[in-house]
Write a protein that binds this ligand. Structure first.
Ligand SMILES: Cc1ncc(COP(=O)(O)O)c(C=O)c1O
Length: 374
């Protein structure tokens, strides 16, 4: 496993494993003619997102490859709930974080496509160069799925690159029950998918998938002929933004042989069942307020919230601290408009109904103890 998958001659087996795995995933996500699709593993979803953005820029504005951004005022669009890696990508690519335009979301945390259209038109009026849209399939905090077909329509109308960050929610592709959340994903130009997340494949295991593999040539340079001797689609290192590469695809390939699609389906659907149970049990207890009906595997909630955000934050942090001090549960939180709220992600296949009842009971008990102190 510890060999370098930059060129075929160094790692023939791992290179082929990656190729087969990428073809398999592309077929799942894009369908259609798999020979046209392509991609590779990246050291994490953030770098897959960065690579998608750089590839898009180099394809749509080929001169930027040699000359940089010049006079362009590039702009890219994500929902306000998208992962922060797009800001990092913009920073890394020399465009600056202010080039990321955050599009508003609806009450379900999904990007509002009409707001995207307006943001694009406003950007054009300012003589900017909008080029890239990232829709998220499973946002990091709330787990929302953006409306991919509506966003794809806008991208096609205006010639924008559509990237779908399915790092987290992409795992639902294995569940016939939840697959519909990805409707429209096959229209993306590129997709990030992290089997290391919902599918539990050991870290790091993250893929960038391309609908049209020919675009990857945009990432090649011709000054590394000592390594990349001739045009060879098996030398994946020539298409990535880095050189040495681990054989991360093998982990997914091996896991797929072991669990199979049926195993992944069971894993994902079990997790959704547990989340639904968690959510429904919380609805039965008036001490909890769930922020939105879970679309993915996160449950976001307050304990006895008031209109006072500071008090809500204190309550959340207080309960988290009590459970940590008692060495019971390590629960995390996120920032909301009414103060910090609990964010619980359920994806361990060993999670049981008993465990869920227990966690809710423990939070409730810790909360009751804290009530009089706030
Ligand atoms: C939606 C989404 N995209 C991208 C990432 C970044 O992935 P990685 O941590 O593999 O860089 C995350 C991580 O949580 C995520 O939730």
């Amino acid at each position: 496993m510890n060999t370098n998958v930059h060129v075929f001659s160094v790692s023939p087996f791992l290179t082929l494993t990656e190729k087969v795995t990428v073809e398999y995933l592309c077929q799942l996500f894009f369908g259609g003619e798999s020979v046209k699709h392509g991609g590779f593993t990246c050291p994490g979803g953030s770098l897959a997102n960065l690579t998608a953005m750089i590839t898009a820029r180099s394809i749509l504005f080929p001169e930027t490859k040699a000359k940089g951004i010049q006079d362009h005022k590039f702009r890219l669009f994500t929902s306000e709930h998208a992962h922060y890696s797009f800001h990092k990508a913009a920073m890394t690519a020399g465009m600056g974080i202010e080039t990321v335009i955050s599009v508003g979301v609806n009450s379900q945390g999904q990007m509002e496509s009409e707001k995207l259209r307006q943001a694009f038109l406003d950007s054009k009026l300012r003589n900017e160069t909008p080029f890239f849209v990232c829709a998220t399939a499973g946002t990091t905090v709330y787990g929302s799925f953006d409306p991919l077909n509506e966003i794809a329509d806008i991208c096609e109308e205006f010639g924008l690159w559509l990237h779908v960050d399915a790092s987290w929610g992409g795992g639902v592709i294995f569940s016939p029950k939840h697959l519909h959340k990805l409707t429209g994903i096959k229209r993306a130009n590129s997709i990030t998918f992290n089997p290391q997340k919902m599918l539990g494949v050991p870290l790091l295991c993250s893929f960038l998938l391309l609908r049209d593999k020919s675009v990857l040539a945009a990432n090649s340079l011709d000054n590394a002929s000592y390594l990349f001797h001739e045009e060879n689609e098996y030398d994946n290192g020539s298409q990535t933004l880095w050189c040495s590469r681990l054989g991360d695809a093998f982990k997914f390939w091996f896991s797929l042989q072991w669990y199979g699609e049926v195993g992944y389906c069971r894993r994902v659907e079990h997790a959704f069942e547990m989340v639904t149970l968690f959510y429904e049990n919380m609805l039965k207890n008036s001490n909890f307020e769930v922020l939105l009906k879970p679309a993915c595997l996160q449950v976001c909630f307050y304990y006895r919230p008031s209109e006072d955000g500071e008090r809500n934050t204190k309550m959340t942090h207080g309960i988290v601290q009590v459970l940590r001090n008692e060495r019971k549960y390590f629960i995390d939180y996120a920032q909301g408009k009414r103060g910090d709220f609990f964010r619980i992600v359920i994806q361990n296949p060993l999670t049981t109904e008993v465990f869920i009842d227990e966690v809710i009971k423990e939070i409730d008990e810790a909360g009751k103890k804290l009530l009089h102190t706030l």
